[in-house]
Write a new protein. Structure first.
Length: 423
């Protein structure tokens, strides 16, 4: 949620920000609703003051006609105040609904562009492997090796589901353990194991609701929502809290399954395990001071890159333009690994700085104990560290051998008892 004071005081600046995003927003309607809320508050306060004055008169007045008239006037004011209170409640709810629909404003460093075709490749890292044979895509190789079972996945759950088997399942588990170990031991993140279902207000806090409810799975009877990413429960760990500034930055890492109803584009990613309704992910979440958040974004990106470097997977860093920012992000970088079998770059992490956008929605503040200033909103950041199954695809396709087996990346060999070849 953007700051309503910014909208009141610098509406042209906000309009310019949304123009950079290429987003059509009726800010005049929001400002009109805000003005109505403030008018109702002022009117209510005026009536309340008058009622208080009459109450004092009643207390001082002697029994008789004057006192009864004052009582009648006070009762009339009370009825007006109650009516205004109902109007104010409705107006505030409508204003909040409008504010929750406004996307975050882009950071000045974000390049302007209309869509993903205008994102910027910042750099490439690592060397693409060469093969003396035609590298196979993971859907063929995985089936031949008996580690991915597409047919049984569809049989038990439908399209976009699959089953990992044998050392294929162990490979994914090894990747998750490796990621968690690196982020906790090397990067200093505190590991969290959160619930996979959350309350509605948690998704409002991270910006998934109300705008993107159609992409989420829900238990309608109890109003539990299945998480689309660990970002949701981990960010909401501190919802409606004032954190001690001395404890910032707070860094958490969490492994969870993720659930999304997103409709797959016809003909896009239709083969293999690149896109599905359920997938695993290791997520990095930060709570930081506003003045350090862009530096923290750089550090977050580096932490995610370390996994790709450790696995010796070629990758590139892509900066999102304004037209491809997510709803909640003010700046975002993607990490894409090279998949030689698919012959394409696959996104395995989006590292985002949300500024105070999520913190305002979730009411997460911080305060320094000795500071005279009021509490301030933290800045939140998150990024995949990394996402499965695309990292799994990268391992299967990159480390395939001419004999159909797989070499084990050096970083993962300890998780296989020292084995160097699988298959």
């Amino acid at each position: 949620m953007i700051d309503i004071r910014l909208l009141r005081e610098k509406p042209d600046e906000v309009r310019a920000g949304y123009q950079r995003l290429g987003t059509a927003v009726d800010l005049d309607a929001v400002l009109a609703r805000d003005a109505r809320v403030r008018d109702l508050k002022n009117e209510s306060q005026t009536l309340q003051a008058e009622q208080n004055r009459l109450s004092k008169e009643i207390g001082r007045a002697a029994p008789g006609e004057a006192r009864e008239q004052a009582k009648a006037a006070s009762l009339a004011f009370k009825e007006q105040i109650e009516k205004l209170a109902a109007e104010l409640t409705a107006a505030e709810a409508a204003l909040e609904e409008q504010m929750l629909e406004l996307p975050n404003l882009p950071h000045p460093s974000v390049p302007v562009g209309k869509d993903e075709t205008e994102n910027r490749v910042v750099r490439e890292e690592g060397q693409k492997r060469t093969y003396a044979f035609a590298p196979q895509p993971h859907w063929d190789l995985g089936t031949k090796l008996g580690i991915i079972d597409f047919e049984r996945g569809v049989k038990i759950s439908g399209s976009r589901f699959y089953v990992l088997k044998s050392w294929g399942a162990r490979l994914q588990r090894a990747l998750i353990s490796y990621m968690l170990d690196v982020h906790t031991s090397k990067h200093g993140y505190v590991e969290i194991y959160p619930p996979y279902m959350v309350r509605r207000e948690c998704l409002v806090g991270t910006g998934n609701l109300p705008k993107f409810g159609e992409n989420l799975y829900r238990d309608a009877e109890e109003d539990f929502w299945f998480i689309p990413t660990a970002e949701v429960p981990v960010t909401n760990l501190y919802r409606e809290e004032i954190l001690d500034g001395a404890n910032l930055p707070i860094r958490h890492v969490a492994f969870t399954a993720c659930f999304r109803r997103e409709q797959m584009a016809a003909g896009r990613d239709t083969r293999g395990i690149k896109r599905g309704h359920q997938f695993d992910k290791v997520e990095l979440v930060k709570f930081v001071r506003p003045e350090t958040s862009m530096d923290e974004l750089t550090a977050l990106l580096s932490d995610a890159e370390d996994i790709l470097k450790g696995l010796e997977l070629p990758y590139r860093v892509v900066q999102m333009c304004t037209g491809d920012l997510s709803f909640s992000a003010m700046a975002k970088f993607d990490l894409e690994l090279w998949a030689p079998g698919c012959n394409e770059w696959l996104e395995v992490s989006s590292c985002s700085n949300f500024g105070d956008f999520q913190a305002r929605r979730a009411r997460i503040r911080f305060k320094d104990k000795d500071a005279k200033e009021k509490s301030r909103f933290v800045h939140t950041l998150n990024g995949s560290g990394l996402a499965l199954p695309r990292t799994l695809i990268g391992i299967i396709e990159t480390y395939q051998r001419a004999d159909g087996k797989l070499d084990v990346p050096v970083a993962l060999q300890p998780y296989f008892g020292g084995a160097t070849v699988l298959g």
